[in-house]
Design a protein around this ligand. Structure first.
Ligand SMILES: Nc1ncnc2c1ncn2[C@@H]1O[C@H](COP(=O)(O)OP(=O)(O)O)[C@@H](O)[C@H]1O
Ligand SMILES: [Mg+2]
Length: 265
């Protein structure tokens, strides 16, 4: 079976096409089975949600005392919270960000984000080895920064898309054609504005450009684009991700990129 695709000479084209068709057919069966499994495990409306935070946790996030947070919650109209059955106050991340805004009116240090002259920070998490904690580090870093009130964009550049899955987007079902960064860096007329590709996640302040297998296409397209002199002015291949992110310069404070493991050399 392994040699089937390597048959050379006359007729190899049609044999390859039929192998492609077989693989395509198998892939769609597998995809349908995954969908069935997924629907059995999760309700169709299942959505991730971020938990609420205690006043002590809010105090730590803001760098103030627990009693001051509780004082704000009872005294300030701009500060909302919920009370649990045992009378403890809890806050959503949106509510914590509202406290930041409230405190920032008199003390700008409470407002996170870029200061005059700061540019968008781009952090790529990479390593030559698979299974070494890249995605785990990238996602924790992105969530940590969003908890601190920064506007964060998570960019999933791994076709396996585990970062997207952890942020609630199943690459098989929730991410369609042209909905990964490939849509914004591709060379042909199908290229889209990167802003159309960004998705909101369940985590306030943390947006995502999801990944899926489509990201592989860029590696196949690039040699063709390099060989085509008419397209030589369409942007050097190694600058296309940076050029796409430049479009988002004003919308975020930090971009965290989860990279795929480089292909073995
Ligand atoms: N600090 C850590 N301690 C223990 N296990 C970890 C740690 N970081 C990641 N892992 C586990 O290691 C495995 C691979 O991590 P992952 O982030 O997916 O790696 P990569 O993205 O480099 O392939 C996962 O099962 C993950 O839960
Ligand atoms: Mg990974």
């Amino acid at each position: 079976m392994a040699n089937k695709g390597a048959i050379a000479g006359e007729g190899s084209k049609s044999r390859t096409a039929s192998i492609d068709e077989t693989i395509g057919h198998d892939a769609s069966i597998l995809s349908a089975q995954l969908q069935v499994l997924f629907e059995r495990l999760f309700s169709p409306h299942a959505k991730k949600s971020l938990r609420r935070f205690t006043s002590g946790e809010v105090a730590k996030l803001l760098g103030v005392t627990d009693s001051y947070v509780r004082h704000l919650a009872t005294q300030e109209d701009a500060v909302t919270s919920e009370k649990t059955a045992n009378g403890r106050r809890t806050f959503s991340l949106e509510e914590i960000n509202a406290i930041r805004q409230h405190l920032g009116r008199t003390k700008p240090a409470y407002l996170p984000g870029r200061r005059e002259g700061d540019h968008l920070q781009v952090i790529a998490v990479t390593n030559f080895k698979g299974g070494s904690g890249k995605t785990t580090s990238a996602i924790h870093l992105a969530q940590f920064l969003a908890l601190r009130g920064y506007r964060v964009l998570a960019l999933d550049l791994d076709p396996q898309a585990s970062m997207s899955a952890m942020l609630g987007f199943q690459p098989e079902f929730d991410v369609g054609e042209n909905q990964t960064l490939y849509g914004a860096i591709r060379y042909d007329d199908e290229a889209r504005d990167v802003r159309e590709i960004v998705c909101k996640t369940y985590f306030p302040g943390l947006d995502l450009i999801p990944g899926n297998l489509e990201l592989h296409e860029f590696e196949h397209d690039t040699p063709r684009a390099l060989a085509d002199s008419e397209r030589a002015d369409s942007g050097l291949f190694f600058m296309r991700v940076g050029n796409a992110l430049a479009q988002l310069e004003q919308d975020y404070d930090v971009v965290v990129i989860d990279c795929r493991r480089p292909l073995a050399s």
